[in-house]
Design a protein around this ligand. Sequence first.
Ligand code: ADP
Ligand code: MG
Length: 696
Amino acid sequence: MTGRPEVLFPLFGALTNLDGVGPKTAQIFEAAGIAKPRDLLMTLPHTGVDRTPRASLRDVVPPAVATVEVLVGEHHSPRTRGRPYRVHVEDAQTSFQLVFFHARGDYLQKLLPTGQRRIVSGKVEVFDGIAQMVHPDHVLPVADADQIPAFEPVYPLHAGITQKVMWKATRAALALAPDLPEWIDPALKARESWPDWKDALTNAHSPQNAADLAAHAPARERLAYDELLAHQLTLALARAAVRRAKGFSSQATGTLTAKVLADLPYKPTAAQTRAAAEIAADLAAPIRMNRLLQGDVGSGKTLVALMALLGVVEAGGQGVMMAPTEILARQHLDGLRPLAASAGVTLDILTGRDKGAARAQKLAALAKGDINILVGTHAVFQKDVVFHDLRLAIIDEQHRFGVAQRMELGAKGRAVDVLVMTATPIPRSLALAQYGDMDVSVLDEKPPGRTPVQTALVSTARMDEVVDKLRKAVGEGKQAYWVCPLVEESEVLDVTAAEERFKRLRAALGEGVVGLVHGQMPPAEKDAAMARFIAGETKVLVATTVIEVGVNVPNASIMMIEHAERFGLAQLHQLRGRVGRGAAASTCLLLYQAPLSETGRRRLEILRETEDGFKISEEDLAMRGAGDVIGTAQSGLPRFMIADLERQAGQMAVAQTDARKLLAEDPRLETARGKAARTLLWLMEQDKAIRLISVG
Ligand code: ADP
Ligand code: MG
């Protein structure tokens, strides 16, 4: 099967093929991201309105939607402009008015002929003591009463599209929906009592009551699962494609690692040992490793990375470790070098700043194998960087690396083993969505002997007090970060910009005490400012979030975050993780602009209550929804149309297991279920995944 299955053609045709959708409506739909019948079907109603007919409005408590049969009485057209047109009607027990603004009398005479019976449905309100229905949603001859659904779905709407248009268009799209072969595991489907795909669609678009609209209604859950399964199948296919590449089998001897561990002033945590063993097993296996090392800030990922690197060096190969910034690359080198020295291993660094002869010399050493471990920025992946025998690539802090990018890396890269390290603790359901193609090692335990970071909420109204305390702390030799959310004051007027804050703190604390780094500084200047802070020359570092990832200054024990209410919880947690790295007791002040909303306060309080990154991320997900936790744009997280990662979190794990199992049994998707799964991938527009299906 090389193209989209024919059975799906109607769903991928033009919207104008649908009854009631003309070119104009189609254009409006398209602007709203609905380009074909398939997109309409994937847009489910979010609420519904009960339109069960009743005998009379008498017992209705307005405002409420009601449906009744009426006898049409007199029409009263307005005598002055701007007044509404009124039609007097009577139901079985009471009378009320239908009200129309900007009405055309002749049209209403036809719609509501005096003396005839009609069924009307709409919102009942009381105005000047009179019950009325303004612009009823439905007015029909009694014989057509069944055209009003007893429970009418309400769709999320975009400008220019009405519920009526949506209703008609979705009905027309439903009429095109074919019966599709089943791709869900029969046992799972039976256990969950899920309907067939087409029935599920029909039910989801025609809810009978509020319960049918719940995330856990069988029809909706099935459709959500379809989406998750398609996503996990894509990830599983990417994973299989990566693993198909013949990998190195790097048998570590343990000699270098033993030397390094013997020289350490501490013992690895159980989690570090476990992760290192998982990695060593992958390195030894002849398939390519594609593993994620997930560990909160301070959980000790560097040591695990080093043990992995030493493993390939022991096996006679080379390793490379890539960090997102120059500063971090240097810190990695500074952290690794002393440890590795005792093992006689050679490390070097390569960044964009290496130029000319010095760079050429490094490249030559690398090509000869004289450098065992190379640390660097993206520069290490430049075309002319040639290794003697590269076996392992470690990508640090790469939470900005999406699934699509990894798929590309897997498709064309060398068969080196890949270890991605991330310090962003994310809820399990999101981890599965984002990294489902990888195997995961988790450092769920922190090295002992940490003093917890004291976290407090302080209003910016108390700024003078805060600065006084800071002056005192600096006097005692302490160091502090001061984080500001934006650089340019012009961007948002009420944001205290980093530069402005820098000037004020310098005025308050003295020349030479305060440093500044932000993302718009030239790299060399930024590094110099960082270096002065690391060396302890400057005591306070005013920064934008450039310090968020990875930077390690053990003597820094104070973290000030200005406008904390503007940051995501995960980001605040990351920032706070910059302190509490040394033995001294550390403080984190969350400076907020009063007044805080109820949820705003609640969010910040979570940080005060716990330092467990996973717990914080779960709470963040519950409060904000998936996209915001990681930031959809940078996350590589798919945007699901039906599935809700929060309310259907458990299904993601089921989908992953199911997808991997299906591929293990049927790697080319050739069985009946495999073929059905292909149809699912096409339906979900996972065309990229189709290309990854094993071709033999
Ligand atoms: P991460 O990169 O996961 O944020 P690091 O690797 O930078 O964490 O480690 C944080 C700090 O903890 C470092 O100062 C490191 O020396 C120390 N450390 C790492 N592992 C241990 C351990 N097992 N026991 C004590 N300290 C450790
Ligand atoms: Mg780190």
